[in-house]
Write a protein that binds this ligand. Structure first.
Ligand SMILES: *[C@@H]1O[C@H](CO)[C@@H](O)[C@H](O)[C@H]1NC(C)=O
Ligand SMILES: *[C@@H]1O[C@H](CO)[C@@H](O)[C@H](O)[C@H]1NC(C)=O
Ligand SMILES: *[C@@H]1O[C@H](CO)[C@@H](O)[C@H](O)[C@H]1NC(C)=O
Ligand SMILES: *[C@@H]1O[C@H](CO)[C@@H](O)[C@H](O)[C@H]1NC(C)=O
Length: 352
């Protein structure tokens, strides 16, 4: 155990959301995260400990699933006196839904934008006006696809693209796994040229992520949230993966950065595809959600480790040369309110 007055100062903190994502990182020859097991007040009752290597250079936690668990656990970490996180790289590494327009089951995606698409009014489809394409309406506005006039501040987080490109190069050194049952399923997407990435084999992709506690599924909602992603980021974000935590995690890290406890330019969000966000042509939305081979889930968990391990070891081995100093972003990073300074390239505070 570290001496009580010595803070653990990780180079990389891996963030998982549930058990299968977490155990992927245990039992490796490269490093042993179970050398230090540290109870952190405020962590989930299901996942009460942070786990670190003996030297504290690599740590890991499991937040629990959904926005509330992600925000609570990350806040407990950021304000914990046990850790010094000022130079730490936060590596959110989870599975997610994936758009067949961008990738496939087992693809590893790295995001520049995280968009909180769930933050909207919702009308049931049976009660919405017939000419609305969706029952989702941004808060403070009066129809789908109007820019939200009521902002909560968590709508959009923009991450460091220069760091993202550096870690994508590391991830691309990995050979991702594939699976025969998954190959068979994804072949159904080949009939629609727009879904060519969904029918191809898994790869490392630069594309963005959308958060909502509601696990949406099916072509209509996928298109509605694709539109929301475009709207909230002034067309910059590439809708690609879907998950239930990232904006909550990023909201906490952004507040931590305002207090100078963490560096928001050191956050990486990777999501591997575990299920398609929409059906293939001729299939129903319900069949897509419930008939997908569970091999897709297994593959996405295995590829977290395959794509993520070179990122973790790359940051640690490149610490003195590059990562202690940091990879400076060449563009705006932060939230819609410019809480960290600068001028956002999205939202009402952006220059036209
Ligand atoms: C945290 O770590 C940084 C970098 O090693 C160091 O400069 C700083 O003094 C540390 N802060 C605390 C409170 O230990
Ligand atoms: C959620 O976070 C993503 C980046 O991870 C950002 O692009 C997106 O704009 C955020 N959405 C909201 C609503 O905060
Ligand atoms: C998405 O936006 C496009 C272009 O504005 C529009 O034609 C379509 O109806 C929208 N779809 C949904 C589901 O909101
Ligand atoms: C982005 O969209 C918002 C809302 O329509 C607008 O206020 C802002 O000026 C736009 N920014 C850019 C860079 O187009």
């Amino acid at each position: 155990m570290a001496h009580a007055t010595t803070k653990i100062t990780p180079k990389v903190f891996i963030v998982s959301m549930f058990t299968a994502e977490g155990t992927a990182w245990y039992g490796l020859p490269e490093f042993n995260l179970l050398e230090q097991n540290i109870a952190v007040p405020g962590f989930s009752p299901l996942f009460p400990q942070a786990h670190c290597t003996l030297d504290g250079s690599i740590c890991h936690l499991v937040t629990g699933e959904g926005e509330i668990n992600a925000a609570s656990t990350m806040a407990a970490l950021v304000y914990s006196p046990i850790f010094n996180l000022t130079q730490t790289y936060f590596f959110v590494a989870g599975i997610g839904g994936i758009s067949p327009k961008r990738g496939t089951l087992g693809s590893a995606t790295f995001a520049r934008f995280a968009v909180h698409v769930g933050l909207q009014y919702e009308f049931d489809a049976r009660e919405k006006p017939a000419d609305w394409p969706t029952g989702y309406v941004p808060q403070g506005s009066y129809a789908p696809n109007q820019y939200p006039l009521t902002l909560y501040g968590t709508e959009v987080y923009e991450l460091n693209d220069d760091l993202r490109q550096a870690v994508i190069r590391m991830a691309q050194t990995a050979t991702l796994l594939d699976d025969p049952l998954v190959q068979e399923y994804r072949a159904n997407y080949a009939s629609n040229p727009e879904f060519a990435p969904g029918a191809a084999s898994p790869s490392v992709v630069a594309c963005d992520t959308a958060t909502s506690d509601t696990f949406w599924t099916g072509a209509v909602l996928a298109e509605a949230f694709e539109n929301t992603t475009t709207l909230f980021t002034n067309g910059s974000a590439v809708y690609c993966t879907t998950q239930q935590e990232d904006n909550a995690t990023l909201a906490v890290l952004l507040r931590g950065a305002v207090s100078e406890l963490v560096d928001f330019a050191r956050v990486i969000v990777m999501r591997t595809g575990s299920n398609f966000d929409r059906q293939y042509d001729g299939q129903t939305a319900v069949a897509n959600r419930f008939a997908m081979p569970s091999a897709g889930f297994a593959l996405s968990v295995q590829n977290i480790l395959l794509a993520g391990l070179p990122v973790v070891t790359g940051i640690v081995s490149g610490w003195d040369a590059t990562f202690r100093e940091g990879v400076k972003p060449s563009h705006y990073v932060g939230d819609i309110y410019a809480s960290l300074g600068g001028t956002p390239d999205f939202g009402p505070m952006s220059a036209k």
